[in-house]
Design a protein. Sequence first.
Length: 85
Amino acid sequence: MNRENHQLSLEPIDDGAWRLCDRNVDSADADSLVAYIERRGGRYEITWIHDDLSNATYDSLGELLAEAATALAARVTAGIEGVDA
């Protein structure tokens, strides 16, 4: 499977809270979950699920999603996900 072309989707959890998932990964696979996102005071906080469970805050959802796509592409390039090319 080629994971270099990520197809991110937001799945609502609650009002102002979402799961960020990669649709290129089977939804039954835990690796499809990328992060949790919460809207707080007009900003968006992301908690990454992989690696160190780091947090970041963004002014817009578009900015957050662009960063998420870049981060996932970097993981694949670095071979962190163990993807067969």
